[in-house]
Design a protein around this ligand. Structure first.
Ligand code: CTP
Length: 418
Protein backbone atom coordinates (compact mmCIF):
# COMPACT_ATOMS: atom_id res chain seq x y z
CA UNK A 1 0.00 0.00 0.00
CA UNK A 2 1.53 3.35 -0.93
CA UNK A 3 2.29 5.64 1.97
CA UNK A 4 -0.03 8.31 0.70
CA UNK A 5 -3.10 6.12 0.35
CA UNK A 6 -5.73 8.80 0.12
CA UNK A 7 -4.05 10.21 -2.97
CA UNK A 8 -3.45 6.89 -4.64
CA UNK A 9 -4.95 6.34 -8.07
CA UNK A 10 -4.43 2.75 -9.23
CA UNK A 11 -2.89 2.33 -12.66
CA UNK A 12 -4.47 0.04 -15.24
CA UNK A 13 -3.15 -3.53 -15.11
CA UNK A 14 -1.97 -3.45 -18.74
CA UNK A 15 -0.42 -0.05 -18.33
CA UNK A 16 3.20 0.31 -19.49
CA UNK A 17 4.48 3.63 -18.18
CA UNK A 18 7.32 3.79 -20.71
CA UNK A 19 4.81 3.87 -23.59
CA UNK A 20 3.45 7.20 -22.41
CA UNK A 21 6.75 8.83 -21.54
CA UNK A 22 6.42 8.09 -17.81
CA UNK A 23 9.87 7.29 -16.57
CA UNK A 24 9.66 7.68 -12.83
CA UNK A 25 6.55 6.01 -11.38
CA UNK A 26 6.04 5.53 -7.64
CA UNK A 27 8.11 8.57 -6.73
CA UNK A 28 6.77 11.65 -4.99
CA UNK A 29 7.98 15.22 -5.18
CA UNK A 30 6.61 17.74 -2.74
CA UNK A 31 6.82 21.00 -4.68
CA UNK A 32 6.94 24.14 -2.56
CA UNK A 33 6.01 27.26 -4.52
CA UNK A 34 6.69 30.63 -2.92
CA UNK A 35 5.86 34.23 -3.77
CA UNK A 36 8.29 35.04 -6.55
CA UNK A 37 7.03 36.17 -9.94
CA UNK A 38 8.71 33.02 -11.34
CA UNK A 39 5.91 31.04 -9.64
CA UNK A 40 4.18 30.71 -13.01
CA UNK A 41 7.16 28.67 -14.25
CA UNK A 42 6.61 26.23 -11.38
CA UNK A 43 3.35 25.28 -13.11
CA UNK A 44 5.35 24.10 -16.13
CA UNK A 45 7.73 22.25 -13.83
CA UNK A 46 4.80 20.53 -12.07
CA UNK A 47 3.40 19.54 -15.44
CA UNK A 48 6.71 18.16 -16.73
CA UNK A 49 7.28 16.14 -13.55
CA UNK A 50 3.75 14.75 -13.72
CA UNK A 51 4.24 13.77 -17.38
CA UNK A 52 7.40 11.93 -16.33
CA UNK A 53 5.25 9.79 -14.02
CA UNK A 54 6.17 11.54 -10.77
CA UNK A 55 3.47 12.20 -8.18
CA UNK A 56 3.61 15.94 -7.48
CA UNK A 57 2.11 17.28 -4.26
CA UNK A 58 2.21 21.06 -4.41
CA UNK A 59 2.30 23.38 -1.42
CA UNK A 60 1.72 27.05 -2.19
CA UNK A 61 2.61 29.73 0.32
CA UNK A 62 0.04 32.47 0.87
CA UNK A 63 2.12 34.91 -1.22
CA UNK A 64 2.41 32.39 -4.04
CA UNK A 65 -1.39 32.29 -4.26
CA UNK A 66 -1.29 36.03 -5.07
CA UNK A 67 0.65 35.16 -8.23
CA UNK A 68 -0.75 31.79 -9.32
CA UNK A 69 -3.84 29.84 -8.32
CA UNK A 70 -3.81 26.51 -6.47
CA UNK A 71 -6.33 25.30 -9.06
CA UNK A 72 -3.58 25.48 -11.72
CA UNK A 73 -1.46 22.97 -9.82
CA UNK A 74 -4.53 20.90 -8.94
CA UNK A 75 -5.32 20.53 -12.64
CA UNK A 76 -1.73 19.91 -13.78
CA UNK A 77 -0.81 17.38 -11.09
CA UNK A 78 -4.18 15.69 -10.58
CA UNK A 79 -3.51 15.89 -6.85
CA UNK A 80 -4.81 18.07 -4.01
CA UNK A 81 -2.84 21.27 -3.44
CA UNK A 82 -2.06 22.41 0.08
CA UNK A 83 -1.97 26.02 1.23
CA UNK A 84 -3.41 26.21 4.71
CA UNK A 85 -1.75 24.69 7.73
CA UNK A 86 -5.02 23.79 9.44
CA UNK A 87 -7.31 22.67 6.66
CA UNK A 88 -10.21 20.78 8.28
CA UNK A 89 -11.25 19.25 4.95
CA UNK A 90 -7.95 17.42 4.69
CA UNK A 91 -8.17 13.74 5.70
CA UNK A 92 -4.82 14.00 7.48
CA UNK A 93 -4.81 15.65 10.88
CA UNK A 94 -1.13 16.60 10.77
CA UNK A 95 -0.55 17.52 7.16
CA UNK A 96 3.01 18.84 7.30
CA UNK A 97 4.16 15.51 8.72
CA UNK A 98 2.31 13.46 6.11
CA UNK A 99 3.68 15.62 3.29
CA UNK A 100 7.18 15.51 4.80
CA UNK A 101 6.98 11.70 4.96
CA UNK A 102 5.52 11.38 1.48
CA UNK A 103 8.37 13.34 -0.15
CA UNK A 104 11.15 11.50 -1.96
CA UNK A 105 12.42 14.99 -2.80
CA UNK A 106 11.33 18.36 -1.42
CA UNK A 107 11.70 20.81 -4.29
CA UNK A 108 11.27 24.47 -3.44
CA UNK A 109 10.91 26.33 -6.71
CA UNK A 110 10.89 29.25 -6.86
CA UNK A 111 12.34 30.10 -3.45
CA UNK A 112 12.20 33.75 -2.33
CA UNK A 113 14.80 35.46 -0.14
CA UNK A 114 12.24 35.33 2.68
CA UNK A 115 11.82 31.56 2.32
CA UNK A 116 15.62 31.04 2.31
CA UNK A 117 15.84 33.09 5.52
CA UNK A 118 13.08 31.09 7.18
CA UNK A 119 14.61 27.75 6.16
CA UNK A 120 18.07 28.82 7.35
CA UNK A 121 16.61 29.83 10.72
CA UNK A 122 14.56 26.63 11.02
CA UNK A 123 11.36 28.61 11.31
CA UNK A 124 8.07 26.76 11.01
CA UNK A 125 5.27 29.27 10.65
CA UNK A 126 3.47 27.91 7.59
CA UNK A 127 2.89 24.59 5.87
CA UNK A 128 5.97 24.74 3.61
CA UNK A 129 8.46 25.70 6.33
CA UNK A 130 6.97 23.07 8.68
CA UNK A 131 7.26 20.45 5.94
CA UNK A 132 10.88 21.48 5.25
CA UNK A 133 11.69 21.05 8.93
CA UNK A 134 9.88 17.74 9.24
CA UNK A 135 11.19 15.98 6.13
CA UNK A 136 14.18 13.68 5.85
CA UNK A 137 14.04 13.82 2.04
CA UNK A 138 16.76 15.67 0.10
CA UNK A 139 15.90 19.34 -0.41
CA UNK A 140 16.44 21.00 -3.77
CA UNK A 141 16.08 24.77 -3.91
CA UNK A 142 15.72 27.05 -6.94
CA UNK A 143 15.98 30.66 -5.77
CA UNK A 144 14.48 33.48 -7.82
CA UNK A 145 14.73 37.13 -6.80
CA UNK A 146 16.09 40.53 -7.69
CA UNK A 147 19.91 40.65 -8.06
CA UNK A 148 20.49 42.93 -5.07
CA UNK A 149 18.45 40.63 -2.81
CA UNK A 150 20.34 37.57 -4.06
CA UNK A 151 23.72 39.21 -3.62
CA UNK A 152 22.89 40.62 -0.18
CA UNK A 153 25.23 39.17 2.47
CA UNK A 154 22.21 38.05 4.51
CA UNK A 155 20.87 35.93 1.64
CA UNK A 156 24.34 34.59 0.81
CA UNK A 157 24.85 33.62 4.46
CA UNK A 158 21.48 31.82 4.47
CA UNK A 159 22.43 29.96 1.29
CA UNK A 160 25.77 28.92 2.83
CA UNK A 161 23.95 27.67 5.96
CA UNK A 162 21.48 25.66 3.91
CA UNK A 163 24.23 24.21 1.70
CA UNK A 164 26.22 23.21 4.78
CA UNK A 165 23.13 21.32 5.98
CA UNK A 166 22.96 19.40 2.72
CA UNK A 167 20.43 21.40 0.69
CA UNK A 168 21.20 21.52 -3.01
CA UNK A 169 20.73 24.58 -5.16
CA UNK A 170 19.87 24.90 -8.82
CA UNK A 171 20.54 28.43 -10.07
CA UNK A 172 19.78 31.19 -9.87
CA UNK A 173 21.16 32.06 -13.28
CA UNK A 174 21.99 35.41 -14.81
CA UNK A 175 19.70 37.03 -17.31
CA UNK A 176 16.73 39.30 -17.69
CA UNK A 177 14.80 39.85 -14.47
CA UNK A 178 11.13 40.73 -13.96
CA UNK A 179 12.26 44.10 -12.60
CA UNK A 180 13.55 44.94 -16.08
CA UNK A 181 17.26 44.79 -15.34
CA UNK A 182 19.72 42.01 -15.99
CA UNK A 183 21.78 40.12 -13.46
CA UNK A 184 21.95 37.10 -11.17
CA UNK A 185 18.70 35.99 -9.55
CA UNK A 186 16.80 34.52 -12.47
CA UNK A 187 14.94 31.24 -11.91
CA UNK A 188 16.88 28.27 -13.37
CA UNK A 189 15.65 26.67 -16.61
CA UNK A 190 12.73 24.29 -16.00
CA UNK A 191 14.64 21.68 -18.04
CA UNK A 192 17.55 21.79 -15.56
CA UNK A 193 15.26 21.65 -12.53
CA UNK A 194 13.50 18.66 -14.01
CA UNK A 195 16.82 16.90 -14.67
CA UNK A 196 18.23 17.62 -11.21
CA UNK A 197 15.00 16.40 -9.58
CA UNK A 198 14.87 13.20 -11.64
CA UNK A 199 18.54 12.56 -10.81
CA UNK A 200 17.77 12.87 -7.08
CA UNK A 201 14.70 10.66 -7.39
CA UNK A 202 16.86 8.04 -9.09
CA UNK A 203 19.30 7.79 -6.21
CA UNK A 204 18.11 4.29 -5.30
CA UNK A 205 17.83 3.14 -8.92
CA UNK A 206 19.33 -0.03 -10.35
CA UNK A 207 22.46 1.80 -11.56
CA UNK A 208 23.27 3.44 -8.24
CA UNK A 209 27.00 3.35 -7.54
CA UNK A 210 27.78 2.61 -11.21
CA UNK A 211 29.78 4.81 -13.56
CA UNK A 212 28.51 4.85 -17.10
CA UNK A 213 30.24 6.46 -20.08
CA UNK A 214 27.99 7.32 -23.03
CA UNK A 215 29.06 8.81 -26.36
CA UNK A 216 26.74 10.74 -28.63
CA UNK A 217 26.53 12.89 -31.74
CA UNK A 218 28.49 12.82 -34.97
CA UNK A 219 32.18 13.66 -35.15
CA UNK A 220 33.48 16.34 -37.51
CA UNK A 221 36.81 16.10 -39.32
CA UNK A 222 38.12 19.48 -40.46
CA UNK A 223 39.01 20.02 -44.11
CA UNK A 224 39.97 23.66 -43.88
CA UNK A 225 39.08 26.55 -41.53
CA UNK A 226 35.44 26.62 -42.72
CA UNK A 227 34.60 23.07 -43.80
CA UNK A 228 34.41 19.66 -42.24
CA UNK A 229 33.42 16.09 -43.08
CA UNK A 230 30.57 15.05 -40.83
CA UNK A 231 27.50 12.86 -40.59
CA UNK A 232 23.83 13.22 -39.78
CA UNK A 233 23.76 11.95 -36.21
CA UNK A 234 21.71 14.31 -34.01
CA UNK A 235 22.92 12.92 -30.69
CA UNK A 236 19.35 12.29 -29.51
CA UNK A 237 19.84 8.58 -28.81
CA UNK A 238 23.05 9.04 -26.81
CA UNK A 239 21.60 11.95 -24.84
CA UNK A 240 18.48 9.89 -24.04
CA UNK A 241 20.70 7.06 -22.75
CA UNK A 242 22.74 9.47 -20.63
CA UNK A 243 19.57 10.91 -19.05
CA UNK A 244 18.04 7.50 -18.50
CA UNK A 245 21.23 6.21 -16.80
CA UNK A 246 21.31 9.32 -14.61
CA UNK A 247 17.66 8.78 -13.62
CA UNK A 248 18.54 5.21 -12.58
CA UNK A 249 21.25 6.43 -10.22
CA UNK A 250 24.41 6.17 -12.35
CA UNK A 251 27.22 8.72 -12.39
CA UNK A 252 27.21 9.54 -16.08
CA UNK A 253 29.92 10.98 -18.33
CA UNK A 254 28.49 11.99 -21.68
CA UNK A 255 31.16 12.44 -24.34
CA UNK A 256 29.48 14.43 -27.02
CA UNK A 257 30.50 15.17 -30.57
CA UNK A 258 28.77 18.30 -31.94
CA UNK A 259 25.03 18.25 -31.29
CA UNK A 260 22.44 21.00 -30.93
CA UNK A 261 21.09 19.40 -27.74
CA UNK A 262 21.54 21.18 -24.42
CA UNK A 263 23.68 19.59 -21.73
CA UNK A 264 21.57 17.28 -19.57
CA UNK A 265 21.44 18.36 -15.91
CA UNK A 266 23.42 16.33 -13.38
CA UNK A 267 25.55 14.67 -16.08
CA UNK A 268 29.25 15.38 -16.75
CA UNK A 269 29.42 16.41 -20.39
CA UNK A 270 32.71 16.44 -22.29
CA UNK A 271 32.58 18.14 -25.68
CA UNK A 272 34.74 16.79 -28.49
CA UNK A 273 34.84 17.36 -32.20
CA UNK A 274 36.95 14.79 -34.03
CA UNK A 275 37.32 11.01 -33.89
CA UNK A 276 40.75 11.33 -32.29
CA UNK A 277 39.40 13.70 -29.61
CA UNK A 278 36.60 11.19 -29.01
CA UNK A 279 39.15 8.38 -28.62
CA UNK A 280 41.19 10.37 -26.07
CA UNK A 281 38.13 11.47 -24.07
CA UNK A 282 36.68 7.95 -23.94
CA UNK A 283 40.03 6.41 -22.93
CA UNK A 284 40.38 8.96 -20.10
CA UNK A 285 36.81 8.46 -18.87
CA UNK A 286 37.06 4.67 -18.82
CA UNK A 287 39.56 4.45 -15.95
CA UNK A 288 36.87 3.89 -13.32
CA UNK A 289 33.84 3.10 -15.52
CA UNK A 290 31.54 0.08 -15.30
CA UNK A 291 29.90 0.41 -18.71
CA UNK A 292 30.60 2.07 -22.07
CA UNK A 293 27.75 2.77 -24.48
CA UNK A 294 29.07 4.00 -27.84
CA UNK A 295 26.07 5.67 -29.45
CA UNK A 296 28.22 8.26 -31.26
CA UNK A 297 28.63 8.14 -35.03
CA UNK A 298 32.41 8.31 -35.26
CA UNK A 299 34.12 9.11 -38.56
CA UNK A 300 36.02 6.17 -40.07
CA UNK A 301 38.08 8.48 -42.30
CA UNK A 302 39.49 11.96 -41.90
CA UNK A 303 41.24 14.27 -44.38
CA UNK A 304 44.93 13.36 -44.35
CA UNK A 305 45.73 16.99 -43.51
CA UNK A 306 43.45 19.90 -42.71
CA UNK A 307 44.39 22.93 -44.81
CA UNK A 308 45.30 26.07 -42.92
CA UNK A 309 43.68 28.19 -45.56
CA UNK A 310 40.28 27.90 -47.18
CA UNK A 311 40.41 25.56 -50.20
CA UNK A 312 39.65 27.64 -53.30
CA UNK A 313 37.55 26.18 -56.07
CA UNK A 314 39.03 25.41 -59.50
CA UNK A 315 37.54 23.89 -62.65
CA UNK A 316 39.23 20.55 -61.89
CA UNK A 317 37.62 17.77 -59.82
CA UNK A 318 38.85 17.86 -56.24
CA UNK A 319 40.37 14.68 -54.84
CA UNK A 320 40.96 14.59 -51.11
CA UNK A 321 43.27 12.00 -49.58
CA UNK A 322 41.64 10.46 -46.48
CA UNK A 323 43.23 8.39 -43.76
CA UNK A 324 41.60 5.91 -41.37
CA UNK A 325 40.77 7.19 -37.91
CA UNK A 326 41.30 5.15 -34.77
CA UNK A 327 38.37 2.89 -33.94
CA UNK A 328 37.43 3.87 -30.40
CA UNK A 329 35.95 0.46 -29.58
CA UNK A 330 39.08 -1.27 -30.94
CA UNK A 331 41.40 0.96 -28.93
CA UNK A 332 39.47 0.39 -25.70
CA UNK A 333 39.06 -3.38 -26.22
CA UNK A 334 38.55 -5.20 -22.90
CA UNK A 335 37.45 -2.08 -21.01
CA UNK A 336 35.16 -1.58 -19.14
CA UNK A 337 33.22 -4.63 -17.87
CA UNK A 338 30.17 -3.98 -20.05
CA UNK A 339 30.50 -2.69 -23.63
CA UNK A 340 27.62 -1.70 -25.87
CA UNK A 341 28.06 -0.61 -29.48
CA UNK A 342 25.70 0.62 -32.16
CA UNK A 343 25.54 -0.52 -35.75
CA UNK A 344 24.04 1.72 -38.42
CA UNK A 345 23.45 -0.49 -41.44
CA UNK A 346 21.74 -0.04 -44.78
CA UNK A 347 21.80 -3.81 -45.53
CA UNK A 348 22.26 -7.17 -43.77
CA UNK A 349 21.39 -5.55 -40.46
CA UNK A 350 21.65 -8.56 -38.16
CA UNK A 351 24.67 -10.18 -39.86
CA UNK A 352 26.66 -6.94 -39.76
CA UNK A 353 25.63 -6.31 -36.16
CA UNK A 354 26.78 -9.84 -35.20
CA UNK A 355 30.11 -9.23 -36.93
CA UNK A 356 30.62 -5.98 -34.99
CA UNK A 357 29.66 -7.77 -31.76
CA UNK A 358 32.55 -10.19 -32.22
CA UNK A 359 35.12 -7.94 -33.91
CA UNK A 360 34.73 -5.12 -31.39
CA UNK A 361 34.42 -7.49 -28.39
CA UNK A 362 31.00 -6.15 -27.36
CA UNK A 363 28.33 -7.52 -25.03
CA UNK A 364 25.48 -5.96 -26.99
CA UNK A 365 24.98 -4.24 -30.32
CA UNK A 366 22.06 -1.89 -30.95
CA UNK A 367 21.35 -2.38 -34.64
CA UNK A 368 19.75 0.47 -36.50
CA UNK A 369 18.53 0.17 -40.09
CA UNK A 370 19.39 3.26 -42.11
CA UNK A 371 18.20 3.86 -45.62
CA UNK A 372 16.55 6.28 -47.98
CA UNK A 373 17.77 9.80 -48.62
CA UNK A 374 16.57 11.08 -45.23
CA UNK A 375 17.39 8.05 -43.09
CA UNK A 376 15.92 7.88 -39.56
CA UNK A 377 18.06 10.78 -38.34
CA UNK A 378 17.08 13.56 -35.95
CA UNK A 379 13.84 11.84 -34.95
CA UNK A 380 12.52 11.39 -31.43
CA UNK A 381 11.69 7.74 -32.06
CA UNK A 382 13.78 4.72 -32.94
CA UNK A 383 13.19 1.17 -34.07
CA UNK A 384 16.18 -1.02 -33.31
CA UNK A 385 17.19 -4.65 -32.87
CA UNK A 386 19.22 -5.68 -29.82
CA UNK A 387 21.83 -8.23 -30.86
CA UNK A 388 23.87 -10.25 -28.38
CA UNK A 389 25.73 -13.55 -28.67
CA UNK A 390 22.51 -15.54 -28.19
CA UNK A 391 19.74 -13.76 -30.07
CA UNK A 392 18.44 -10.78 -31.98
CA UNK A 393 15.54 -9.03 -30.27
CA UNK A 394 13.57 -6.47 -32.27
CA UNK A 395 12.18 -3.58 -30.21
CA UNK A 396 9.04 -1.73 -31.27
CA UNK A 397 9.16 1.72 -32.80
CA UNK A 398 9.11 3.90 -29.70
CA UNK A 399 10.46 7.03 -28.06
CA UNK A 400 14.27 7.06 -27.88
CA UNK A 401 13.95 7.40 -24.11
CA UNK A 402 12.01 4.10 -23.99
CA UNK A 403 14.66 2.43 -26.18
CA UNK A 404 17.34 3.89 -23.89
CA UNK A 405 15.70 2.30 -20.84
CA UNK A 406 15.46 -1.08 -22.55
CA UNK A 407 19.17 -0.90 -23.46
CA UNK A 408 19.92 -0.05 -19.82
CA UNK A 409 17.82 -3.01 -18.63
CA UNK A 410 20.34 -5.14 -20.54
CA UNK A 411 23.30 -3.22 -19.11
CA UNK A 412 21.98 -3.77 -15.57
CA UNK A 413 21.62 -7.51 -16.25
CA UNK A 414 25.13 -7.67 -17.77
CA UNK A 415 26.62 -5.79 -14.81
CA UNK A 416 24.94 -8.25 -12.48
CA UNK A 417 26.56 -11.17 -14.27
CA UNK A 418 29.97 -9.57 -14.91
N1 CTP B 1 32.95 3.27 -33.67
C1 CTP B 1 34.10 3.56 -32.97
N2 CTP B 1 35.15 4.18 -33.60
C2 CTP B 1 35.08 4.45 -34.92
C3 CTP B 1 33.92 4.14 -35.66
C4 CTP B 1 32.86 3.53 -34.98
O1 CTP B 1 34.17 3.28 -31.78
N3 CTP B 1 36.11 5.07 -35.50
C5 CTP B 1 31.84 2.62 -32.95
C6 CTP B 1 30.53 3.35 -33.07
O2 CTP B 1 30.37 4.30 -32.04
C7 CTP B 1 29.51 2.23 -32.96
C8 CTP B 1 30.24 1.04 -33.55
O3 CTP B 1 31.63 1.37 -33.53
O4 CTP B 1 29.20 1.93 -31.62
C9 CTP B 1 29.84 0.72 -34.97
O5 CTP B 1 29.88 1.88 -35.75
P1 CTP B 1 29.42 1.85 -37.28
O6 CTP B 1 29.67 3.21 -37.87
O7 CTP B 1 28.06 1.26 -37.41
O8 CTP B 1 30.40 0.80 -37.89
P2 CTP B 1 31.90 0.80 -38.27
O9 CTP B 1 32.66 0.05 -37.25
O10 CTP B 1 32.35 2.18 -38.57
O11 CTP B 1 31.88 -0.11 -39.57
P3 CTP B 1 31.26 0.17 -41.04
O12 CTP B 1 31.50 1.63 -41.30
O13 CTP B 1 32.04 -0.74 -41.90
O14 CTP B 1 29.81 -0.19 -40.96
Amino acid sequence: MPRYAWLYVPKRASYNPRDSGEIMTQRTVVLGVTGSIAAYKAADLASRLTQAGVEVLAILTRSATQLIAPATFRALTGRPVAVEMFDVTNPHSIEHVSLADAADVLLIAPATANTLAKLAQGMADDLLSCTALATRAPVLIAPAMHTAMWEHPATQANVATLRARGARFVGPVSGRLASGGRGAGRFAAVEDLLGETLALLGRYGDLTGRRVVVTAGGTREPLDPVRYMGNRSSGKMGYAIAEAARDRGAAVTLISAPSSLRAPAAVTRVLVETASEMRDAVSAALSDADALIMAAAVADYAPAAAENRKIKKTDEPLLLPLTRTADVLEVTRGRPAVRVGFAAESENLIDNARRKLTEKALDLVVANAVGGPNGPFDTDESEVVLVDSREATPLPRQAKRATADTILDRVVALLGSS
